[in-house]
Ligand binder design. Structure first.
Ligand code: BG6
Length: 511
């Protein structure tokens, strides 16, 4: 009897593989482990995975940094998991998890230190009975990345005889196009591209992944997701916090390098990309890169920068950027950036995208607003009544806080007149699914241990975003801003950012 051939599409295969979500035995090695990221994000995220039963039994974490912290490190990590991970002190699995944390002190340019680290990993492995799998996490200051990569290669730790070795590299990946290329060359000379995971924690956020689900798992939005129906798009990443003691880092970075080149560009690509053929790394990355490559050079008049001065945030007085610890009192670093750009392809030609990101703004909100065109004919008289302007449809994707999605539309006000007012249909994550303490790193750490690079940046993507932004950064570096500080803490940024939209007869949302 002939058996029917079962055909499985690439998408179904990928979905099936994704169900096998427990990684093989792994040692996670975090370089730069004494920094805030490890304590506030990485260890809480790893413990969340442990709580969810998603870590292998043979699992260990080795923190690596310069200072001798052997005693303090596990204690500090426990404190971090409790404080930032929303975990209760007596949690049944916590003691066992902490007992799997080790620490190794060394300088990142010392070959001997790497040799000793290699021995330590081998001895942990003998104890655990692992298989040689390693996940290196580069969470140091970016200037150490090249040294660490070089020494891992020299010591034979990048491509061992057995087991899988992968490396996660924190952002910012490079400082501009030339340095990103150089770093890519360095990393690619030691690791194969399939071993490299360039992380952007925004891609680990549920609400960011949900942009794709909203667009591609529903039939009703995609037909109107284009230039025929959409007037413009606004992407805002506003923070009320300042630089939180990170003066030396932020002085070199600024808003453009810290969040626009990575988080904002990723959000933009998710909103604008074509449906990929599957939810797999190569398919996703090639659609994202097409978006960035379709953006024409940004005109200097379409890029605005700002720096916060003293002011009030959430009712409390705060100092200006130039008064922050370890910041140049004459600093020209931007703490705010706004851009207008276009995407010249069939879907988006003529639709402006406005992006803004800044620190010490009025409140913390990351959101994407898809503003639709006005209906072609206004049937109803809106010149009287309480709602004078007929507002066009608007989809707001709230990435954080108050995660959710809302749709604004016009509705008839109950009255003898044809009065129309905007109303909002709202989906709220917490109401629908309950509150989550996940911070985005859970998903990405798990994916990296599983070797799934779908939610990580690729070499081409990183270079595409840098090539878009480097000319603006160069022109900013060449002309010191004369008006800094140009917005008070607690405001919505400088006036020039408002002008970017006002010129086009539009305005930023003040949500
Ligand atoms: C980081 C930046 O990548 O993202 C920080 O370095 C910024 O400056 C942070 O505050 C914002 O992340 P989140 O998850 O709080 O939006």
């Amino acid at each position: 009897m002939a058996t029917a051939e079962v055909r499985v599409s690439p998408g179904e295969q990928a979905a099936a593989r994704q169900l096998e979500r427990i990684p093989e035995p792994t040692i996670v090695v975090i370089f730069g482990a004494s920094g805030d990221l490890t304590k506030k994000k990485l260890l809480p995220a790893l413990f969340h995975l442990e709580q969810a039963g998603l870590l292998p039994e043979q699992f260990a974490v080795v923190g690596v940094a310069r200072r001798p912290l052997q005693e303090e490190f596990p204690r500090d990590m426990r404190a971090g998991i409790l404080q930032y991970g929303g975990v209760e002190a007596g949690h049944a699995r916590l003691d066992d998890f902490i007992s799997r944390i080790r620490y190794h002190a060394m300088n990142f340019d010392d070959p001997g230190g790497f040799g000793r680290l290699k021995d330590l990993l081998a001895s942990i492995e003998r104890e655990l009975g692992g298989q040689g799998n390693r996940l290196y996490y580069l969470a140091t200051a970016p200037e150490h990345f090249a040294d660490i990569i070089h020494h891992l290669g020299e010591q034979g730790m990048a491509r061992p005889e057995r087991g899988k070795v992968r490396v996660i590299i924190e952002k910012p990946f490079g400082h501009d196009l030339a340095s990103a290329r150089l770093l890519n060359d360095d990393v690619n000379s030691v690791f194969d591209e399939s071993q490299i995971f360039r992380i952007d924690h925004y891609l680990g956020k549920e609400t960011v992944q949900n942009i794709l689900v909203f667009r591609f798992a529903n039939g009703i939005f995609e037909p109107v997701w284009n230039r025929n129906f959409i007037d413009h798009v606004q992407i805002t990443a506003a923070e009320d916090i300042g630089i939180e003691g990170r003066g030396p880092f932020y002085e070199k970075a600024g808003a453009m390098r810290d969040v626009v080149q990575n988080h904002m560009m990723e959000l933009l690509s998710f909103v604008a990309m074509e449906p990929p053929v599957s939810f797999e790394a190569d398919a996703m990355r090639s659609e994202k890169v097409k978006v960035w490559r379709s953006i024409p050079p940004i005109h200097p008049m379409d890029a605005m920068r700002g720096q916060y001065g003293p002011g009030q945030v959430n009712g409390f007085p705060v100092k200006g950027y130039r008064e922050e610890d370890r910041v140049d009192p004459q600093s020209g670093t931007e703490t705010f950036a706004a851009l207008k750009l276009g995407i010249e392809n069939w879907r988006w030609a003529g639709v402006p995208f406005y992006l803004r990101a800044g620190k010490r703004l009025s409140k913390r909100v990351t959101e994407i607003r898809i503003q639709f065109k006005q209906p072609p004919q206004l049937l109803f008289n809106t010149s009287s009544g309480s709602c004078k302007d007929l507002q066009p449809n608007l989809i707001t994707m709230r990435i954080q806080p108050d995660e959710g999605i809302s749709l604004r539309f016009g509705a008839k006000v109950p009255s003898p007149n044809m009065e129309v007012c905007p109303v909002v249909m709202d989906f709220n994550y917490a109401n629908a699914f309950g509150k989550s303490s996940a911070n985005g790193y859970e998903r990405l750490l798990l994916d990296a241990m599983l070797g799934d690079a779908t939610l990580f940046a690729h070499r081409d993507g990183v270079e595409a975003t840098w090539s878009l932004l480097t000319p603006i950064l160069d022109s900013w570096a060449a002309a010191r801003p004369k008006d800094f500080p140009n917005y008070a803490s607690g405001a919505w940024g400088p006036k020039s950012a408002d002008a970017l939209l006002e010129r086009d007869g539009r305005a930023w949302s003040q949500s």
